[in-house]
Write a protein that binds this ligand. Sequence first.
Ligand code: SF4
Length: 365
Amino acid sequence: MFPGATLLGLTFLLPKVTDWYTGAVTTTVLESIAHGSATGDSPTQKRVLLLKPRGFCAGVVRAIDVVKIALETFGAPIYVRREIVHNRYVVNELAEKGAIFVHEIEEVPDGQRVIYSAHGVSPAVREMSKQRHLKVIDATCPLVTKVHIEAVKFAKQGFSLVLIGHRDHDEIEGTLGEAPEVTQVVSNVAEVEKLEVPDPNRVAYLTQTTLSLDEARDIIHALKLKFPNIVGPHSQDICYATENRQVAVRNVAHNAGLVLVVGSTNSSNSNRLVEVSRNLGTIGYLIDNSGAIDPKWLEGVTTVAVTAGASAPEVLVEDVVNYLRQTGFSSVEEVEVMPENVRFGLPAEIVQAIGSAGSGAAVAE
Ligand code: SF4
């Protein structure tokens, strides 16, 4: 049932998605869904359009693997600063295996092992870990690290930095901490108007990795109007997974009467998927699992599009799809909008630990 993949001598068990569903899932292509032609459905038959790509991104897979491998290799307790990824189900599952989640580094006892979450940390957190003699494993997503490096580079070059993102998000807290004295955070176009900098010709911008493409574009446009010589990153900071999931919703939402996004309320990229749907005029809701679905949402709806944020596990998507099947949405078509095959290597601390532990270590589930 579960095919394996080998990485660094370890066997990772990969779920075969369609095995999880209690009924058949038909894979179809974008062009065919408007009339239900791929499966011969009449347009009036209730159906689910299961978007692809959806769910776990490479950074989330890596972060979860890091916690599992650390628990296997070192044994509990393993402390994790903040939620390793923004999904309650994932956090609870890892806590059951022995991970201890803390909010601040001061809560980790001196000398213990701590994992930084996929959202990254500020230099102040790294310094505090040093002072407490903690053994650090850094599960920061490499695409978040890229933004940190850009922040340091621009600050060293004497730029004032505008960081586009949500102030209360763990990722922004970490990136802001790289150059707090020259960085200002903006969350919308109105805040751009209020910006004041020492030299309007030496301004750079960066963005959170999980923003709405449309919102970021509008804010960057406003920044360019206010600071015509503003510079940005070489490639956009919004990550591939955020973009791909938004593009999938954008392509399919108009074929659905309802879009359900599986994800937790504190997941930035999941919230953005709901916004994309609503901005296109299709009602969208963010749900943790099938228990959050209000049956009233389904009244008069013949097509439900289902997707998942980058931190939502497939088992919760399965739960939602099976609920919809039981309520009459008997046809399930997986609509692949684009291929996605990104994997990240493990952090050096984990690779070294695996090497020291010998080749007998194994990771499961
Ligand atoms: S959503 Fe993007 S930036 Fe965040 S962990 Fe996933 S790949 Fe990395």
